[in-house]
Design a protein around this ligand. Structure first.
Ligand code: DQA
Length: 145
């Protein structure tokens, strides 16, 4: 199957961005690792990062027509602000897992609400770059079921 990984704003800076919070692994490393794991399991995985809300929305719309069976999504700061991205995921009705490197529940109060969690298949947070890997494992298990 086709999987899509979406990364929201500022995640292009992973590796150098607040390494105490987000670790030192770069986004390119994360994407390469996920693609290799998906491929080893007989699936295909594409990644897309944007700092622009409308480009993430348009990528989600495109997923409706490109065969995407599952989405892995770190909405980053849009987690806490974006009704529009929530609506986009509802519109395409593709199952998704919400991912965070940090554990937002241990952080500022404004990070403790997500516009996505109640629509997600599940949420993986707090494991640094490994959060993406655990989410991929969960998605692959779903696809195999
Ligand atoms: C994040 C958590 C968000 O609160 C924050 O705005 C981010 C990254 C994470 O992966 O831990 O940019 O989604």
């Amino acid at each position: 199957a086709q999987l899509l990984v979406l990364h929201g704003p500022n995640l292009d800076l992973l590796g150098t961005r607040e390494p105490d919070v987000y670790g030192r692994t770069t986004l390119a490393d994360i994407d390469a690792d996920l693609a290799a794991r998906a491929s080893a399991a007989g699936h295909a995985l594409q990644s897309f990062q944007s700092n622009a809300e409308h480009l993430l929305i348009e990528r989600i719309h495109a997923a409706r027509n490109d065969g995407t069976a599952f989405i892995l999504f770190n909405p980053a700061a849009f987690t806490h602000t974006s009704v529009a991205l929530r609506d986009a995921l509802a519109a395409v009705a593709i199952p998704f897992i919400e991912i965070h490197l940090s554990n937002p529940h241990t952080r500022e109060p404004f990070r403790q609400h997500s516009y996505f969690s109640d629509k997600a298949v599940g949420v993986v947070c707090g494991f640094g770059a490994d959060s993406y890997r655990y989410a991929l494992d969960a998605a692959l298990a779903r696809l195999a079921a």
